[in-house]
Every structure is written in structure tokens, then in C-alpha cells.
Design a protein around this ligand. Structure first.
Ligand code: KE4
Length: 428
């Protein structure tokens, strides 16, 4: 596989962009090799600047459920662009997309748009703090909610559950208000509520995608809901990744548990920069200008991005049962990978819900971040590189999630499994 042009492009990028990328995971640090510079996407495929073609299981980290350059979304964007790119004033398309989203979810009276998942989560956290008049929040080890300060937190030292900064530049004065719990472990959450009577909210990825693919246990979510109710804390579902991916209604279409606030991103923008957060009117009405909780954004609700998101969601709603079809493909893929690996004595833990899937190079089930960290990341890296050579583009980290798009054929799934069998033989 010739990557000459990507190698040169990466060297050039590193001169003027930190790390040569605008988001760290893209640098291929945990898998090695040079990040591929992409020339174009078409349907299920990516084509890099050296002309190599790949079946894309990343889909821009989730947004592209209809694959690249979807005609419906493209048409909506071009139509919107012809009326201008941005006004900084309300447009009807924002109300249309907001109404559609609110109609899809119980407890979603109102929604506000922003330009990224990070912004959606940061705003939802501030709103929860403003609504409850409490400062502390609970998050789970291994869950990623974007890079706002309060959420760049790692487990504190010893038994204390209070967080410490996971990045320089984040003041410990901030992270001391973030308590850490263990995913799928209700006792660890109870401990947080024992350590603080000042908890505004608990935020969780109900189907975690940022420690690798780790769905929550249904019972755990129910107990989490009950605990929040008992202590007057809000429950926030971060569905930036699982939203419209796990089912048409994201994790809320998979589990019974209902949150107080939900954050969205990725699919909701159809590939354009959109985030959103929403929930009960009683909470959302605390937001400026009607309420005291300040939150704003120059390009929030950008009409071109809204048009892409609206086209994407309308297409999803029109395609009855799409997520069931995609789950069949996702399950066939991961089961195929698991058997192909086993044939070479490699243990894989696999999972899939709707159009999301994941696999760990691990001989034990993965229920939380500690489990995930015992995975064989070297073997993952070798698999990733081997599959690139075979023309298959997987997420460049063991601690990410894969996606099936509507334009992936059964043949592509079969070809992926065949290629994986070859790669497992090479890397075992
Ligand atoms: P953005 O700010 O990257 O749009 O969204 C942050 C975010 C929030 N919540 C969840 C559950 C997320 O998965 C994300 C972002 N996901 C990563 C992929 N693991 C984005 C990829 C990247 O960081 O470049």
C-alpha cells in the first residue's frame, strides 16, 4: 500500500498544525503508521490522496450513517448554501429540526443547538448546575464527553472519588467538583452520593463508545435513575455517539430508563458541525434569554448545518427498520471477526447494538474501563495496520467504536471477515 503522499502531507501539516491534526485521535498515535490524508468519500468508501480505497467503518466517528456524499443530504446542503451560509439570526429550519427531535423523545420538550458534542455537554452540565444550584457532577471512568474542563478528569488518588485533571491546563479547583464512578457499578455511584450532598447531575454514555464499545447493563441504568431521583440530581444521557445510531431513538430506544437531559452530536448534523442538548421545559427554560443560565454560540443553529441534520433525520425516520437491518450486519461482522480470530487462537470480546459495534483483544468480558485497559492494544494496532493494507478502515484505537452505514452490502461484510482471517493469521 503506497502512502507516499500522505507521509509528505503529514510532514507538511505538522509544521503548521499541532501534531499535524485538528483532533488528537486522528494522528494514529496508538496504532502507529502515518495518518491517511483523505481525498474523498463515496458511499461506503474512503479514498486517500495516494488513491488507496477503503471500506470505512469510522464514518467520521459516527455522523455518516448514510455513508459519504449522500445525495439527499448533499442536495439539502446545496439548496441551503444558495440562500447564504449564516445569519446569526433565527431561521425556520432550526424550529423544524427542533420540533422533529422533540417529537421523537419522551421528556424532550425543548432542545438547543450548538456546534459540537463538547459544547452540547458543557452547556448541559452548566444548565444542570444552574437548575439544581449545586456544583458537583458525577461521570464514569472511561466515558468521554468532549474536552470541556470539568470533564477532562481522571480518578483521584486512593479511595476518594473526587477527580483530578487528566490534562495540564485544567485547574484542580474545577475538577474537584467532578466525582468519578465505575461504569456498570451502582455501588461506586452510591459512594459518590455519600461523598457529596452537592451533586447537580450524573452524566453517562448509556452505550459507552469511548472506552471501546461497552453497553450499560439495563438494571444499572434503572438503579442510576432511582439514585438520581432519591438525591434530586439530574440524569444526563450523553448520546452524542449512540444517538440515532443504537436505534432510531439511540439508547432510549434500547433501554427503558429515561434521562432528564440528553446531549446529541454527530448524526444530528448529517456530517456538518452540530451538537444539541434538550430535555424537560422546566429545566430548559432556565437557559438565557428567558432564564439566568448563560449559553450562546455564533454558529449555533447554522442554517446549512441544520439543513444537513434535518435531511439526515428525515431520511432515518423514512427508512423504517433501518437500525434492525444494520444491527444484523453489525452482529454478522463481529461474530465473523470473533470466529476468524479464534481460528488463530486470538480471543476477541465483541458486541453490537444497532449500527454500533466493537471488539476487544481480550479473553475476558469488558464491563468497565478497568476491564477495557487489560486489552491487548499491541495486537489491536497490528490488526488495524493489517486491515488498512487489505483496504478496510477501522477506528485507530482499541478504545473506540465502529459503525455500519446503510450503504454497506453483505458482500462488504463478508470481504471484511475474509480479510480479517488473513490478518489474524499474520499477526498471531
Ligand atoms: P465533539 O466535541 O468531538 O463533537 O463531541 C465530543 C463527544 C461527546 N460525547 C461523546 C459520547 C463523544 O463520543 C464525543 C466525541 N467522540 C469522539 C470519538 N470517540 C470524537 C473523535 C475525536 O475526538 O476526534
Amino acid at each position: 500500500m503506497n502512502c507516499e503522499k500522505s507521509i509528505k502531507a503529514f510532514q507538511k501539516a505538522q509544521v503548521v498544525i499541532p501534531g499535524g491534526v485538528d483532533s488528537p485521535v486522528r494522528a494514529f498515535k496508538s496504532v502507529g503508521g502515518t495518518p491517511l490524508f483523505i481525498k474523498k468519500g463515496k458511499g461506503a468508501y474512503l479514498v486517500d490522496i495516494d488513491g488507496n480505497k477503503y471500506v470505512d467503518f469510522v464514518q467520521s466517528w459516527g455522523p455518516l450513517i448514510f455513508g459519504h456524499a449522500d445525495k439527499t443530504i448533499e442536495k439539502a446542503v446545496i439548496k441551503a448554501v444558495k440562500n447564504g451560509l449564516s445569519f446569526g439570526a433565527p431561521t425556520k429550519v432550526e424550529t423544524k429540526l427542533a420540533s422533529l427531535i422533540c417529537s421523537m423523545f419522551e421528556g424532550m420538550d425543548k432542545v438547543r443547538f450548538v456546534s459540537s458534542g463538547t459544547e452540547a455537554v458543557m452547556s448541559a452540565i452548566r444548565l444542570a448546575r444552574g437548575y439544581t444550584n449545586r456544583d458537583d457532577i458525577v461521570k464514569f471512568e472511561g466515558c468521554y464527553h468532549g474536552h470541556s474542563d470539568s470533564l477532562l478528569v481522571q480518578a483521584g488518588s486512593g479511595a476518594v472519588t473526587f477527580g483530578t485533571p487528566s490534562s495540564p491546563g485544567v485547574p484542580s479547583d474545577l475538577t474537584k467538583h467532578t466525582l468519578l464512578a465505575k461504569y456498570n457499578d451502582i455501588k461506586s455511584v452510591k459512594k459518590c452520593f455519600q461523598n457529596s450532598k452537592n451533586i447537580a447531575c450524573v452524566i453517562i454514555e448509556p452505550i459507552a463508545g469511548n472506552m471501546g464499545f461497552v453497553p450499560a447493563d439495563a438494571k444499572f441504568l434503572e438503579e442510576l435513575r432511582a439514585l438520581c431521583d432519591k438525591h434530586g440530581a439530574l440524569l444526563i444521557f450523553d448520546e452524542v455517539m449512540s444517538g440515532f445510531r443504537a436505534s432510531l431513538k439511540g439508547a432510549q430506544g434500547v433501554y427503558e430508563t429515561k434521562p432528564d437531559l440528553v446531549t446529541f452530536g454527530k448524526v444530528i448534523g448529517g456530517g456538518m458541525p452540530v451538537g444539541a442538548f434538550g430535555g424537560w421545559a422546566e429545566i430548559m427554560d432556565k437557559l438565557s434569554p428567558d432564564g439566568p443560565v448563560y449559553q450562546a454560540g455564533t454558529l449555533s443553529g447554522n442554517p446549512v448545518a441544520m439543513s444537513a441534520g434535518l435531511a439526515s433525520l428525515e431520511k432515518l425516520i423514512a427508512h423504517e427498520g433501518l437500525h434492525v437491518e444494520l444491527e444484523v450486519k453489525a452482529k454478522r461482522l463481529v461474530e465473523g471477526l470473533k470466529s476468524a480470530a479464534l481460528a488463530e487462537g486470538i480471543a476477541l470480546q465483541v458486541g453490537a447494538i444497532g449500527s454500533m459495534f466493537g471488539f476487544f483483544f481480550n479473553d475476558k468480558p469488558v464491563k468497565n474501563f478497568d476491564d477495557a485497559l487489560t486489552s491487548n492494544t499491541k495486537l489491536f494496532a497490528a490488526f488495524h495496520q493489517g486491515m488498512l493494507k487489505e483496504g478496510f478502515y477501522f477506528a485507530c484505537s482499541q478504545f473506540e467504536t465502529g459503525f455500519i452505514s446503510s450503504v454497506m452490502s453483505d458482500e462488504m461484510i463478508d470481504e471484511t471477515i475474509e480479510a480479517a482471517a488473513k490478518v489474524f493469521k499474520e499477526i498471531k
